[in-house]
Design a protein around this ligand. Structure first.
Ligand code: GDP
Ligand code: IMO
Ligand code: MG
Length: 430
């Protein structure tokens, strides 16, 4: 069982961190392959809820090595902060356990400043980014002008290169965006220190992966975001700037497709989206508010990275089928089934209507997707609390029916059902 890929099938926040934490029990390596600290993966261990943005969600098991792969964009300052947070929560974050790919690109203050300036300039057309500089860092990678983790190895040279990058960006900030300038000298001194502190973590992670595969180790590839936010497959331009799905694993870890033996999709039992963009099954009523929660529970639908309220809606099987097809997903994990308890009826979107015609293919054109009307099948809800179910047979009949319906419609097995954020609140195959 070499590489198990775990990807989000919706617009992110499906509970990937929570599921990786389950899969990591039997893994040797957990490796993030895409994105940066735009991700927020929450893991609940006893009374603690830990939110990871860059560190892979396998970190809480001492036997797991965590890799930050070449497909990621990594903010050095935020990585150091997160290492410190996890260390002070009692976990080993030494370079023996965490490796940062020398080929991973860096997210620098220039990217963060430009992300904010560009979002402001978009005004009503803003994408609603996480303001973490992600899109600008990936753009700079593609322009072949960016700095990579390997550049951190020589702190003096890195500080010089950063100085030049800041001077150029300051011109752009002043001339194009009339935005505040960055203090090059102060930032270079600060980042010189970060380079020294991160240097021990930087390795060729592809070699680590190849050696692990050669000895038959089990690797879990942890996706960030979700298929509908993928740069190619998602609802462009309302997407993130990386390959969030299975394709991202190949370049993001440096492996061939034959190393991947299992592709697991994570789907929330309803839909959410944070940021702008089309969302056919979005609810603007009290059911939507109920799905979101008030923020009183740690799992309520408020962004883990930005705190923004997430948009909520019914489960969308048209979108899920698309995510499954485009990524070769062989099995699904359904999360947050417990949140649906107590609703009288549940709608499930099975098709769209577009210009009077029934459509069962997910339109990737944002304008078309904005124009569709979801076609629903209505199922009866259940009233009982399901959070103590540990076997499928523990679920009330109507919850069973909901899960069976999704499984039948999608044509892939649901191999795990999460009924709460805690480690034991999961139903594995009966
Ligand atoms: P990720 O980005 O895909 O890792 O998901 P997030 O961590 O951003 O958001 C998922 C939230 O739901 C987290 O607070 C999880 O602890 C929580 N969560 C995951 N699975 C369940 C579940 O089955 N039930 C409940 N109530 N919360 C869950
Ligand atoms: P996890 O891994 C949900 C969204 C942002 C915005 C768009 C582009 O926790 O599921 P970006 O900052 O990436 O340029 O923003 O993508 N977005 C996410 N939404 N979960 C995430 O990560 C996200 N990462 C980015 O809200 O709409
Ligand atoms: Mg998240």
């Amino acid at each position: 069982m070499p590489i198990t890929v775990l990807i989000g099938t919706q617009w992110g926040d499906e509970g990937k961190g929570r599921v990786v934490d389950v899969l990591a029990r039997e893994a040797d390596i957990v490796a993030r392959y895409n994105g940066g600290d735009n991700a927020g993966h929450s893991i609940t261990i006893g009374d603690n809820v830990i939110r990871l943005h860059l560190i892979p969600s396998g970190i809480f098991y001492a036997h797991v090595t965590c890799l930050l792969g070449s497909g990621m964009v990594v903010n050095p300052k935020n990585l150091l902060r997160e290492l410190e947070e996890v260390r002070s929560a009692g976990y080993d974050v030494s370079p023996e356990r965490i490796q940062l790919s020398e080929s991973a690109h860096l997210v620098l203050p220039t990217h963060v400043a430009l992300d904010a300036a560009m979002e402001r300039a978009r005004a009503d057309g803003a994408l609603g980014t996480t303001m973490r500089g992600i899109g600008v860092a990936y753009a700079s990678k593609m322009q072949r002008t960016n700095l990579r983790a390997s550049d951190l190895r020589d702190a003096e040279r890195f500080a010089d290169l950063l100085h030049k990058q800041i001077e150029q960006t300051n011109q752009q900030l002043a001339n194009e965006y009339h935005a505040a300038l960055l203090d090059a000298d102060a930032l270079c001194a600060e980042y010189h220190d970060y380079a020294l502190r991160l240097a021990p973590y930087i390795v060729n992670t592809a070699r680590t992966v190849h050696d692990a595969l050669a000895r038959g180790a089990h690797i879990v590839a942890e996706g960030a975001q979700g298929v509908l936010l993928d740069i190619d497959l998602g609802t462009y331009p309302f997407v993130t700037s990386s390959s969030t799905g299975v394709a991202g694993v190949l370049n993001g870890l440096g492996v061939g497709p034959q190393a991947i033996t299992r592709v697991v999709g994570v789907a929330k039992a309803f839909s959410t989206r944070v940021g702008s963009g089309p969302f056919p099954t979005e609810l603007h009523d009290e059911i939507g508010a109920r799905l979101r929660g008030t923020g009183a529970n740690p799992w309520d639908e408020f962004g883990s990275t930005t705190g923004r309220p997430r948009r909520t809606g019914w489960l969308d099987l048209v979108a899920l089928k698309y995510a499954i097809r485009t990524n070769g997903i062989g099995e699904l994990v359904l999360t947050k089934l417990d949140v649906l308890s107590g609703l009288d009826e549940l709608n499930v979107c099975v098709a769209y209507e577009l210009s009077g015609a029934r459509v069962s293919d997910f339109p990737t054109d944002a304008a078309a997707l904005n124009a569709v009307t979801p076609q629903y099948v209505t199922l009866d809800g259940w009233q009982d609390d399901v959070s103590r179910a540990r076997k499928r047979s523990d679920l009330p009949n109507l919850a069973h029916t909901y899960v069976d319906y999704i499984e039948t419609q999608l044509g892939v097995p649901i191999t795990m059902i999460s009924v709460g954020p805690e480690r034991e609140q999961i139903i594995c195959a009966d």
